[in-house]
Design a protein around this ligand. Structure first.
Ligand SMILES: Cc1ncc(COP(=O)(O)O)c(C=O)c1O
Length: 398
């Protein structure tokens, strides 16, 4: 017995991820990488903008200076926090100062630092399905429980009646991911206002604040002029978590942040807690190279016109194949309904045609399939026939 029972169960629960990965490797070996259409991974493939690449070259000189790569302040480089606070003030439309921003190891590290700071054992975090699969693990890492509320079909808009029902005395936080991975939905200002009103009422009823957490790594990537409203203006017990993994092509460098609402009563307590949890979870400080790169590159972006083009292409291919879906308002995923909602059969039929996608059950929303379009345009174009055949295969069967 090398593993605890919880981790053993996790390994079984996420075995489909491993299977998919192994199957992909197998197919690529057998048929050649160019004959396999891998839409399973959300690993952003665009290179960082030149501001980051140029800084990377300069860092060689800096690295020979004493302590340049040493331990850093747990909350992040002060000059980066300052610059990020200015950037976020503009982005969120709220005046933010550097004390309210903690630099973390990506959004993932930020969410973990936050949950470690706020959850009592068995406290609940509510997420809307479909949701980023890691939320369940992150809540349980800190003795919490993820409670799932489904969004409405076919457009994945929020079901606020169901949220009302789901909130109880153990509810500590609601996590809202917009633009959403995998649905591509962006929640409206009206929906956020309604959540805020509900949380105010419930916080009063249960005698403690319920946090609203916005997870926003895809905020920079929206289509057709859609805007992502800030939650900070509408609810004082709110926290924004995000990163530069996607917007600057820096996923491996692990830089992100937690931003605490400047209007939150007693915010210093939460901020001090976050600096401590970022440290004691073993992150210590976000990677320093990533922080230097961000300091130079903040404000620039990967070439998002590439994603716009790919979205158009992929959408056309899925439409031609006869799949039902809502066009994503943001992010780089399509989440179509599997023909006749036969998700497992559809995944198998896709695999037969060398197409890899992720089943909706992995996001708490069975009956659907996720295609990530952070792959070259050529791959998308060449996948059209294979996706069409897989859909036909299922339709003939049912
Ligand atoms: C919705 C969502 N949240 C958080 C993350 C974590 O990203 P990172 O830790 O790289 O910032 C991801 C990564 O794919 C994501 O899709």
């Amino acid at each position: 017995m090398l593993l605890n029972t919880q981790v053993k169960t996790y390994l079984q629960r996420s075995s489909w991820i491993r299977k998919m990965f192994e199957k992909g490797a197998e197919l690529k070996k057998e048929f050649g990488a160019d004959k396999v259409f891998d839409f399973s991974l959300g690993n952003p493939d665009l290179p960082p903008p030149s501001s980051i690449i140029n800084e990377f070259v300069k860092l060689k000189e800096l690295s020979s200076k004493p302590l340049a790569l040493g331990y850093m302040p747990n909350a992040g480089l002060p000059q980066l926090r300052e610059k990020l606070a200015l950037f976020l003030s503009k982005e969120q439309g709220v005046s933010i100062s550097r004390e309210e921003v903690i630099i973390t190891c990506g959004a993932a590290g930020g969410i973990n630092a936050l949950f470690r700071a706020i959850l009592e054992p068995k406290d609940e975090v509510v997420a809307f399905a479909p949701f980023f699969v890691e939320y369940g693990f992150y809540a349980e890492n800190h003795n919490g429980i993820l409670k799932v509320v489904k969004t409405k079909e076919p457009d994945f808009s929020l079901d606020l009646g169901a949220l009302d029902q789901a909130i109880g005395e153990k509810t500590r936080a609601i996590i809202l991911n917009s633009p959403n991975n995998p649905s591509g939905q962006v929640y409206s200002e009206q929906e956020i206002k309604e959540i805020a009103d509900l949380l105010r009422k419930k916080s009063q009823k249960f005698g403690k604040p319920i946090f609203l957490v916005a997870d926003e790594p895809y905020r920079f990537l929206v289509y057709d002029g859609v805007e992502v409203p800030s939650i900070l203006k509408f609810y004082e017990f709110s926290v924004v978590v995000s990163s530069f993994s996607k917007s600057l092509g820096l996923a491996g460098e692990r830089v992100g942040y937690v931003l605490v609402n400047p209007d939150m009563p007693n915010k210093q307590e939460l901020l001090a807690g976050l600096v401590l949890t970022n440290r004691i979870l073993g992150f210590v400080n976000a990677p320093i190279i990533g922080q230097y790169l961000l300091l130079a590159g903040l404000g620039s972006l990967v070439d998002i016109s590439v994603y716009q083009k790919r979205r158009q292409l992929m959408g056309q291919i899925l439409e031609q194949a006869g799949l039902e879906f809502t066009w994503p308002k943001g992010g780089f995923y399509f989440f179509p309904k599997a023909p006749n909602k036969q998700e497992d059969d559809f995944i198998t039929a896709l695999l037969k045609e060398n197409v890899l996608a992720v089943p909706g059950k992995g996001f708490g929303f069975p009956g659907y399939v996720r295609f990530a379009f952070c792959v070259p345009e050529e791959t998308i174009k060449r996948s059209a026939e294979a996706i069409g055949k897989a859909v036909q295969n299922i339709l003939e069967k049912y």
